[in-house]
Design a protein around this ligand. Structure first.
Ligand code: GLY
Ligand code: MN
Ligand code: MN
Length: 437
């Protein structure tokens, strides 16, 4: 197994000292009746172990004299494995994944207390599996009942997120290699989709072209349900029906990314279905493009995380005033969030093992996260003139010619020591490039 997982565990163990951390594998998700979705390991669990099977628990006990890394896994079972795939099993959990001790998951209740009774706290994230949450709480309760006899034991439970997610926020070279690959595959898919698109095709045909390339290039699959939204569907931020026939004169918004080796890409492009913008589409597109470029320019080590969003909001607001969709003084419009009628989401998010990756954006009011080399974030401003939008008080009526236009442009950006690197720069976004005639 790659040494890097061990380094990650060491880094975490250095932070938890006399505590014991417990991580639970992701639950299986039912599609219908007895059919399950493809299994996808929990990101924290995977980050620390590289282990991709269900029904597992990882324990980190840095203070334990013999075992610092303990895995509980499904045992080898020939009959079960014939149905649902090979299991690593208990012995190989030590050899392959570097566990100091490994046990069948059925022995969790029996074996866990020895790793908790000398710990001063339990690190555990209360997850969606309530039965497992209860199990951890019951262990804690039992240990506290016997605390007076020993004078040791966990007196508190602390969430693992603050100690672990700071590590996940800074990507290693190995992680960046996988993220670049996820980005490259999605770049190829978007470029192909742009070539393929023409009036008369259905949105799902474009989706199929994109997702074909994802799997063909070895991606695990989509990073999230692909959004292929033509015409006014682009004004639905999470539109995933993808079942409409695209018409001449419309825009197509594609928000699609893949997962490669567990790491995600997340790209949005918006372009004219038949290759040429209408004047209104072009005006709005140029505003969003300018906002996106100016926001990306703020992705620099040392800059506060919020700056990209603030710059995007200002550029979008100025553009909206210029074309008469908003009126008033820029600072006041921003202060009163009038732009939210047309721009209702944030300008980006961390990207990594999760599409909306873990990591803090700000440490309380007025203390934003400061960008550092190794962080990866998306920059994705947009404008959406949603049908039936009523103008806010004191704001102009919305001229019909803008209605139903939705535009977003999204790239994945790595913070480097000297600036940034746009991982998804290979998909064109200039007006002359996305106009294909
Ligand atoms: N596609 C999800 C997002 O852009 O955040
Ligand atoms: Mn995104
Ligand atoms: Mn996206």
């Amino acid at each position: 197994m790659h040494k890097e997982y061990q380094q990650r565990r060491s880094q975490l163990m250095a932070k938890i000292g006399n505590g014991t951390a417990i991580f639970r594998s992701a639950p299986m998700a039912v599609m219908h009746n007895d059919v399950e979705y493809n299994y996808r390991q929990d990101s924290d669990f995977f980050y620390l172990t590289g282990f991709n099977e269900a029904q597992a628990v990882a324990v980190l006990a840095p203070h334990h004299p013999e075992h610092q890394f303990i895995l509980f896994v499904q045992p080898k079972d020939r009959e079960q494995e014939v149905w649902s795939g090979y299991r690593c099993g208990v012995e190989a959990a030590k050899e392959i994944y570097g566990a100091d001790a490994a046990y069948p998951i059925s022995e969790l209740d029996e074996k866990l207390p020895q790793y908790l009774e000398k710990a001063d706290r339990i690190y555990y994230h209360l997850g969606r599996d309530r039965n497992f949450n209860d199990k951890v709480l019951r262990h804690w309760q039992m240990l506290m009942r016997t605390y007076p006899k020993r004078g040791t034991g966990p007196i508190a439970i602390e969430d693992t997120a603050p100690v672990l997610h700071g590590l996940r926020l800074i990507k290693s070279e190995m992680e960046l290699g996988l993220m670049r690959k996820a980005a490259d595959i999605a770049v190829e898919a978007h470029n192909h989709a742009m070539e393929f698109t023409q009036p008369g095709h259905y949105e799902y045909e474009v989706q199929a072209e994109i997702e074909h390339i994802f799997r063909l290039r070895g991606a695990m699959g989509v990073a999230y349900p692909s959004i292929v939204a033509s015409g006014k569907n682009a004004c639905v931020l999470h539109y995933i029906e993808n079942n409409r026939q695209m018409q001449d004169g419309e825009l197509l918004l594609i928000d699609a990314g893949c997962a490669y080796g567990y790491y995600n890409s997340d790209i949005t492009r918006t372009f004219p279905v038949s290759g040429k913008f209408t004047p209104e589409q072009k005006i709005l597109y140029e505003i969003v493009l300018e906002a996106q470029k100016k926001a990306i320019a703020q992705v620099q080590p040392g800059n506060p995380y919020n700056l990209a969003h603030d710059v995007a909001v200002r550029t979008l607001t100025e553009g909206l005033v210029e074309i008469g969709l908003l009126k008033g003084e820029i600072d006041q419009l921003i202060e009163e969030e009038k732009y939210k009628a047309f721009y209702m989401h944030r300008t980006g998010h961390w990207l990594g093992l999760d599409v909306h990756d873990v990591g803090v954006y700000q440490y309380g009011d007025d203390k934003p996260q400061i960008l550092q080399a190794g962080q990866v974030l998306t920059v994705e401003p947009g404008l959406y003139i949603v049908p039936d939008t009523q103008p806010a008080e004191g704001q102009p009526e919305i001229d019909e010619r803008w209605v139903g236009i939705g535009i977003r442009i999204e790239d994945d950006v790595l913070v480097t020591s000297t600036g940034h690197d746009i991982l998804t720069a290979g998909v064109p976004k200039e007006v002359r490039e996305v106009e294909r005639i």
